[in-house]
Write a protein that binds this ligand. Structure first.
Ligand code: MG
Length: 170
């Protein structure tokens, strides 16, 4: 198996797992729209969706998605050892490793992603509100941060692309 085939398997799996956990690309594109609509005249949903799609082609993003969702699933099934099971299962606020994994995504398109991430993490619009609903019996301790981070990175990409920035390497 060559390098490209390996990467595309990773990408396919990351996209599939997002879908299986109830997160569509459109849900993430709506977060990008929420973050960017005030800064771009006539911003279209297609443009937001395109930037989310580009972020998902990055290997570090795919790895963060798979790592986070795997831990969420194991916690949901009660399969982690103590004390991680309790910590991740109740989304303990001082844990913080969910945010650390999200930062590997936020970073991909430069530091303006941090501002977007911090803001959306506080506001929790759209899909983030649902992922934070603790009454469902589902565990999204990692996924809520990952989804916010993908939206933040896509917003940074959109901003750089609008400025015709050489930082955009894909
Ligand atoms: Mg979290």
């Amino acid at each position: 198996m060559n390098e490209n085939t390996q990467q595309s398997n990773l990408e396919a799996k990351a996209r599939q797992w997002l879908e299986e956990r109830g997160v569509s690309l459109n849900d993430i594109a709506e977060l990008v729209y929420y973050l960017q609509a005030n800064y771009h005249e006539d911003l279209k949903m297609e443009e937001c969706l395109y930037n989310v799609d580009r972020v998902l082609t990055k290997r570090e993003v795919q790895n963060a998605i798979l790592t986070g969702i795997q831990l969420d699933r194991l916690a949901e099934e009660g399969k982690l050892d103590s004390p991680l099971q309790e910590t991740i299962g109740v989304d303990e606020s001082l844990y913080g490793i969910d945010e650390v994994i999200a930062f590997s995504i936020v970073n991909v398109y430069g530091s303006i992603g941090f501002t977007n991430y911090g803001y959306i993490d506080k506001q929790k619009p759209g899909i983030l509100k649902r992922l934070n609903d603790k009454s469902t019996g589902e565990c999204h301790t990692f996924l809520d941060d990952i989804v916010g981070a993908i939206a933040a990175a896509a917003s940074s990409r959109l901003a750089h692309a609008t400025a015709d920035d050489a930082l955009i390497d894909d």
